[in-house]
Design a protein around this ligand. Structure first.
Ligand SMILES: [Mg+2]
Length: 229
């Protein structure tokens, strides 16, 4: 199944670094504290847990807005909570320990690499820089594609763009991501081979539709090295 692979498109958050542990959980806690400070009946813990639940269907920022509306929290406090969740500066982050050595080996073996990530473009660019990924992925040649998730949650066009930038037919591409709903289903529909990185929110999610069934399941990026010659 992987013998025909010549290029790999990675996702960033929870695929190449522990976004949930290093950024999401602390950010949610900061936002929870601010929301709780504005309402007597809302504890930090409740606010945190409700963000977790709401974010599954509405996304993290919208979860904060919904909580604000639910508890009649003043708009300026909600805004503070949103800024605390998404600070302009990205805190210290590090890639999973096997990521850089794995990328080096994949490059040595002749694989074409690309990174497609959605979110706030400035923030995603800064994450890539802090993680030391700029040597592998650059915006200049479209091997780093930043997709604004406010405009579109669909990664399809960006995955197609990355494939085109590497001049590779979809059948020769392996798409690696943590989200069955996003990377896996989208890439599979485009005819790419898919690898589910079991980390973060959808770590234990079972495929809900046939398109969400990945070709490969991995727990560490370095497992790709035994799959790709
Ligand atoms: Mg991700």
């Amino acid at each position: 199944m992987t013998a025909k692979i010549r290029g790999i498109i990675f996702d960033l958050d929870d695929t190449l670094f522990d976004c949930t542990g290093q950024l999401t959980q602390p950010a949610r806690r900061r936002a929870a504290q601010i929301l709780a400070s504005a309402h007597l009946d809302l504890s930090t813990e409740t606010s945190y847990q409700q963000q977790v639940t709401l974010s599954q269907t509405h996304g993290s920022s919208e979860a904060i807005r919904i909580l604000g509306a639910q508890y009649n929290i003043p708009a300026n406090i909600v805004e503070q909570a949103l800024n605390a969740y998404n600070p302009r500066n990205v805190e210290a982050i590090t890639p999973f320990p096997d990521v850089i050595p794995t990328l080096n080996t994949l490059v040595q073996r002749g694989y074409q690499l690309a990174l497609v990530t959605s979110g706030n473009p400035d923030r995603q660019r800064e994450k890539a820089r802090l993680l030391g990924l700029c040597n592998y992925f650059t915006e200049a040649n479209n091997t780093l594609i930043l997709l604004n998730d406010r405009k579109s949650g669909d990664k399809g066009p960006s995955l197609e763009l990355a494939a085109k930038a590497r001049s590779l037919p979809h059948a020769h591409i392996l798409c690696v991501g943590d989200k069955l709903t996003d990377e896996i289903a989208t890439a599979k529909t485009l005819g790419m081979t898919t690898a589910h990185m079991r980390h973060g929110r959808q770590k234990s999610r079972k495929p809900q539709i046939p398109a969400e069934q990945p070709d490969i399941e991995i727990d560490r990026i370095s497992q790709l090295l035994s799959l790709l010659p």
